[in-house]
Design a protein around this ligand. Structure first.
Ligand SMILES: [Zn+2]
Length: 238
């Protein structure tokens, strides 16, 4: 095996590291999560829209219920005054009776209004329940997706650590000088093309044919001396 074979190993390990990076960023669950988040935002905005109407209607209903309660208290007071025996004059009794009657009229008007309001509230309340249910489903799915993402990420992280460990071993075998040369070439040329295996007379990185005179020169170099492809600059492994 050529002394430069470690370069191919380094490149393969770096390729695996880039693939793991790519895998982290392109987990299908990340797309699912984004879709779920968009769905929840949509539900929240639908909710906000009906809540404006619904709370106005419910406030109206509530105000009328409070007023009815106050009227009932008044009627109870007037009734007990009327039949309580402290009545001083028939005129006073007639006034009380007329107050009770007018309260009853107001009360029945309010009750009709409440029935109207309840009819208006019903479809909104049904929609409110539907949205709340949908948001619960969405939130459960979001949690499950987040769990899957952390599970996948920790698996990838474990694999990354193992590749890093492997890479460290290869770097030790390669020696600092070759590692620096490789890293520089990789920065300059990018992944996958920093190192090329010499296949026959062509470079494995750019696939171009290398001139016979260059091939001769390269083949005569000591086995541990790095050389570059004259066409693309990849480190040649021969
Ligand atoms: Zn080349």
């Amino acid at each position: 095996m050529s002394d430069l074979e470690v370069l191919v190993e380094l490149q393969e390990l770096d390729t695996r590291l880039s693939q793991l990076d790519h895998k982290c960023k392109t987990l299908p669950e990340l797309t699912q999560l984004a879709e779920l988040e968009a769905e929840d935002r949509q539900l929240q905005s639908e909710f906000a829209e009906i809540e404006v109407e619904l709370s106005a209607l419910r406030n109206n209903q509530n105000e009328r219920e409070i007023e009815i309660q106050q009227l009932e208290d008044k009627v109870a007071k007037a009734t007990s005054a009327l039949y309580g025996g402290d009545m001083t004059s028939p005129k006073e009794a007639a006034a009380l009776q007329s107050e009770i009657d007018s309260i009853a009229g107001r009360q029945s008007l309010l009750e009709d209004q409440i029935i109207d309001l309840m009819e208006k509230i019903e479809p909104y309340a049904t929609e409110e329940e539907r949205i709340e249910r949908a948001r619960r489903v969405c939130s459960d799915a979001t949690k499950k997706t987040q769990d899957k993402i952390s599970e996948a990420l920790s698996e990838i992280e474990a694999e990354r650590l193992s590749v890093e460990g492997e890479k460290q071993g290869v770097e030790e075998r390669a020696g600092n000088e070759l590692v620096v040369l490789y890293e520089d070439n990789r920065k300059r040329m990018g992944d996958h093309t920093a190192v090329g295996r010499l296949v026959g007379t062509s470079c494995g990185a750019c696939f171009l044919e290398i001139a016979a005179v260059e091939i001769d020169r390269i083949r005569r170099l000591p086995s541990d001396q790095p050389s570059e492809c004259p066409e693309c600059g990849a480190l040649l492994v021969r």
